[in-house]
Design a protein around this ligand. Structure first.
Ligand SMILES: [Zn+2]
Length: 45
């Protein structure tokens, strides 16, 4: 875990923070960027 804050993610494009659920589409409400592309924390090998 890099960050202790759960349930939120900052948009890498505009910095807008919003709640992100794993398995859901995570499109920034501000810029419309797909934040889900950068989420790989829940991958089990
Ligand atoms: Zn954004």
């Amino acid at each position: 875990m890099l960050e202790g804050q759960c349930g939120g993610q900052d948009c890498s494009q505009c910095g807008h923070r919003q709640k992100v659920k794993t398995g859901h589409a995570s499109v920034c409400a501000n810029s419309g960027m797909d934040m889900h592309r950068d989420v790989n924390a829940d991958v089990n090998i």
